[in-house]
Design a protein around this ligand. Sequence first.
Ligand code: ATP
Ligand code: MG
Length: 554
Amino acid sequence: MENEAVSRNFIEQEIDKDLAEGVYEHVCTRFPPEPNGYLHIGHAKSILLNYGLAQKYHGTFNMRFDDTNPTKERMEFVESIKEDIRWLGADWEDRLYFASDYFDQMYECAVKLIKKGKAYVCDLSAEEIREYRGTLTEAGKKSPYRERTVEENLALFEGMREGKYQDGEKVLRAKIDMASPNINMRDPVIYRVAHMAHHNTGDKWCIYPMYDFAHPIEDAIEGVTHSICTLEFEDHRPLYDWVVQECEFENPPRQIEFAKLYLTNVVTGKRYIKKLVEDGIVDGWDDPRLVSIAALRRRGFTPESIKMFIDMCGVSKAQSSVDYAMLEYCIREDLKMKRPRMMAVLHPIKLIIDNYPEGEVEYLDVPNNLENESLGTRKVPFCRELYIEQDDFLENPPKKYFRLFPGNEVRLMSAYFVKCESFVKDEAGHVTEVHCTYDPETKSGSGFNGRKVKGTIHWAAAPYAKEAEVRLYENLVDEEKGVYNKEDGSLNLNPDSLTVLKKCYVEPGFMEAKAYDSFQFVRTGYFCIDAKDSTPDALVFNRIVSLKSSFKLS
Ligand code: ATP
Ligand code: MG
């Protein structure tokens, strides 16, 4: 057990302490997205962290939409967020909540603060409030409205709710300390007027609570114990504690902050992704080059691979960036044993076996995954005309090239040895056909008649293979120049982030494959059937990741 204690992250250590001291009897966490965009890999960290803690401590996990700001939120995002979280495997059971359902309670909390002399209605403009707030080195100035009586404040706040005032005309502020070294404590605004319909409450409200006031109340109402958020809220924690204390919640939640997950060479900011979508540079929020959850799913990542990645990243208070190659490592590890392998020729040229009988076909038994026998075998047709990769043949090979060249013999994977006898070129000088002879004594599984060759290449039987489109992805941004342009903050795009190969040929054995199914294309990489564009008659594959990696587990 000692080891387990040592390996606990700092949040778990805090929870252990709270449970040991009896601060809480059971653990309740939540994931509180604002429904104003799609979730990305960073959110996955927060989801899996919160859900994982609830599981580990046999506690509860709440799914809560933090929908208190009607200006930016849309129902469209509620559904996509739910789908993404379910896909990641975090199960909120029947604990689905909307912060907007608590507007009545939040209003009551505000009234309570006013009655306690802890909140006041202020008529300063947003601009003036900012000026009065002071700076890091200078204390703030008290608002001239700070000493209004409780009765006056109650009446004015009621008036705000009744719609007597325009947007920005009056706000409700917490009365804390204009000289606090923490600027968040200098009488923060907690309610504002906004004449705007809300997707859940319609026209019922024309005042809306501010995040720093609403969030602790949401947590407290739900009985959340550990409100886990990212580091930028560390300075807001005293305000969080002030709100739950002054609103007199029993057994209030506590906030714990951790560092956001950042990945190198990817774009996560909603603003940037929105622009890429609007400018038509990517094909929607789920373009496989993005790292939204929807994009990762479409690219062929699995929930297990994302979980492995998040676990490897760990939880810490130190801000850092994780190499994208680590995510690639995780998907390779996950698919390696799980998924079948197949032969696919991405840049085809014909290989003709001159001594193989015309019109004949034989079906070879091929294991689906050499490292995992339980995936079984399949029948792969073999005949006189095949496709092979262009670069598996060279007219004038360099040293140590062991694939096809005139006079050389190679093994056709899972089939026979073939020896290159001649080749045909078109007028432009491109090789169009490679002619070989095969040795019937070298059938795969036969022991090759005791012979050896140095190269093995893959192939697909020309008359039987399925034509497919294959999409190869690279970083969306230019690795050398950095993600953001230093001058104007725009993105440094990589012009070659997408390569579309049209006439590729894949072996016909996997025709029942459906959207999101993935395969290892032998010698090439992992590929997945595109959920948006692939049809049984016109297959489209996304490259998830190539086989080779620069990433090493340290
Ligand atoms: P973004 O700025 O990327 O749009 P956000 O913080 O505005 O993200 P929210 O919907 O408010 O998005 O976030 C929901 C939860 O996800 C919050 O608890 C937030 O702290 C967490 N979160 C957001 N980005 C990351 C990240 N990169 N790493 C870890 N957690 C994150
Ligand atoms: Mg946000």
